[in-house]
Design a protein around this ligand. Structure first.
Ligand SMILES: [Fe+2]
Ligand SMILES: [Fe+2]
Length: 510
């Protein structure tokens, strides 16, 4: 069978000979999605992993601890999407990603001594559509409530992160490290205000590693070391700071973690990723198909947790897509491909601010530009894994239309495989039957009626007809998938769902 060409992506359809990727290959690629959510410089999780593993070795962690640390470093931000909607709400509909990225450069343990840079960050992002007096009042309000907000936001992220890490089969020590990422040596951190050696040693290393990368990426390695020293014994474990100093003096701290002249950003990311994969603890072994499925399910939850309006979207689209794939008669291998592509199709949405995702009105041109890039990012992230190339193409094509009017690449019928068309149909159905900031979700029959107008010009006739027969077989005229029961089946956490439901207030509530 010939390969399918899709812009920069050429691949051979999946086959048994392609084999499975290793765990390190999969999670190092998906870590790019986590960087997007945090507004971090791409490759942040990879560089943090390299820095943290060097620090861990230097302070004498055992092989078992280093293996746990490796996974924790790559997955440290896996809970980050769960507080994005809440962050957007706290700042009154501003850009959550910009604030999250900016806050990492601030000493947020001292809200009563605000720095000019922190005030500037808030001034540019808080209540963006309000007058100056209201914005100033909101900034004061945020300052007064900062400890409470920090506690709530960090607890949400850390609990969620630890829960996802457990679900994808990582050790309890890895989960605990993710949960304790924002604890500080002097007890000023969150969520438990742990102090000193009560904090997991892995989390103490991770805190320093992520700090080093954030500051080095934004302000250079000297500044990163300076702030590390300033917070020695306050935020950071003195032993870990000493290890960083020692590694730096020997020139062993920064390799592959700083941009090199004559190296593009993509080359630098690739270089960091290869170094991370080389470090993987005894994981040259391939992972099982079931384990890959569980990682895809976990990342679908990360995507869905981003917005109250899409908190059932990826899993809902997956159930619809799987039903259509079954009805069309796909073989088990193609069904599995559809399952994973549907779970991950909106991975690139982690790059979109909740200011855009949850906007109650129409998007302007600039916002649309950002929104239209998300399928391309899905494709790029998944495309990092050699064995996921076809998955990347299918997932990244979910907004393309048969007549070439879709995005991001205006592909047309001859470019779109049946699997890609199927995900496209399931995605439209999912979007129409879910609530959106500007309308209530439609009934199944209303959704089909609207979709029918686009068949066969934009939507595939076979996939649509399979969907229509499934809906007609359901006497209740309710959306095909009842997400609550599905959430229970997949043992999704109820808490983040409740928080998202609560966050579904008009974004600009002052
Ligand atoms: Fe999408
Ligand atoms: Fe979608």
């Amino acid at each position: 069978m010939s390969g399918i060409y899709c812009q920069d992506l050429v691949f051979e359809p999946a086959s048994a000979e392609n084999g499975s990727p290793s765990l390190a290959e999969v999670i190092s690629a998906l870590s790019f999605a986590l960087d997007l959510t945090e507004g971090a410089v791409p490759g942040h999780a990879l560089r943090s992993c390299l820095l943290g593993m060097r620090l861990g070795l230097e302070i004498g962690l055992s092989d078992v601890e280093l293996a746990d640390l490796y996974h924790a470093l790559l997955l440290k931000d896996v809970g980050c999407s769960s507080n994005a909607a809440r962050m957007c709400q706290i700042i009154g509909g501003g850009d959550d990603r910009a604030v999250k990225a900016g806050v990492k450069l601030e000493d947020w343990t001292r809200p009563y001594q605000p720095r000019l840079s922190a005030l500037r960050l808030l001034w540019s992002n808080v209540l963006p559509d309000a007058n100056p007096a209201r914005r100033a009042a909101r900034i004061v309000q945020i300052g007064l409530a900062q400890h409470r907000n920090n506690e709530e936001m960090i607890q949400l992220r850390c609990d969620r992160g630890a829960s996802i890490v457990r679900k994808i089969g990582m050790s309890e020590q890895t989960a605990l490290a993710v949960r304790s990422l924002d604890e500080h040596w002097d007890g000023s951190g969150y969520p438990q205000r742990l102090r000193g050696t009560a904090i997991s040693p892995l989390a103490r290393v991770m805190a320093a590693a992520q700090h080093l990368d954030v500051f080095a990426s934004e302000r250079g390695p000297e500044q990163a070391m300076l702030v590390l020293r300033e917070r020695d014994g306050r935020w950071f474990d003195p032993e870990v700071v000493k290890a960083a100093e020692s590694l730096r003096r020997r020139g062993a701290l920064w390799p592959q973690c700083l941009p090199q002249e004559a190296q593009t950003a993509a080359e630098a990311e690739q270089c960091a990723r290869s170094a991370v994969i080389d470090l993987s603890p005894g994981e040259a072994r391939r992972i099982s198909a079931a384990h890959i499925d569980s990682i895809c399910e976990a990342f679908a939850e990360v995507v869905d947790a981003k917005s109250s309006y899409t908190f059932r979207h990826s899993v809902g689209v997956t159930d619809v897509a799987s039903l259509i794939a079954n009805a069309i008669g796909f073989n088990p291998e193609r069904k599995r491909l559809v399952y994973r592509a549907a779970l991950l199709h909106d991975l690139g949405k982690l790059s979109v601010s909740n200011r855009i995702l949850d906007k109650p009105g129409k998007l302007d041109d600039a916002e649309w530009f950002v929104m239209r890039e998300h399928p391309r990012l899905t494709r790029v992230i998944l495309g990092h894994v050699e064995q996921f190339r076809e998955l990347a193409y299918i997932a990244g094509a979910h907004h393309e239309k048969l007549d070439g009017t879709g995005y991001p690449d205006r592909l047309s019928a001859e470019d779109l495989s049946l699997e890609a068309r199927l995900i496209g149909v399931a995605d439209v159905y999912g979007a129409l039957t879910e609530d959106r900031p500007y309308r209530r979700g439609l009934s199944a029959h209303e959704a089909l009626k609207i979709m029918e107008r686009d068949v066969p010009a934009k939507l595939d006739r076979n996939c649509f007809e399979a969907l229509a027969s499934l809906v007609q077989g359901d006497a209740e005229n309710e959306p095909l998938v009842k997400s609550e029961s599905m959430a229970q089946t997949r043992q999704m956490d109820a808490a983040p769902v409740a928080v998202l439901a609560e966050a579904r207030l008009p974004a600009q509530v002052a």
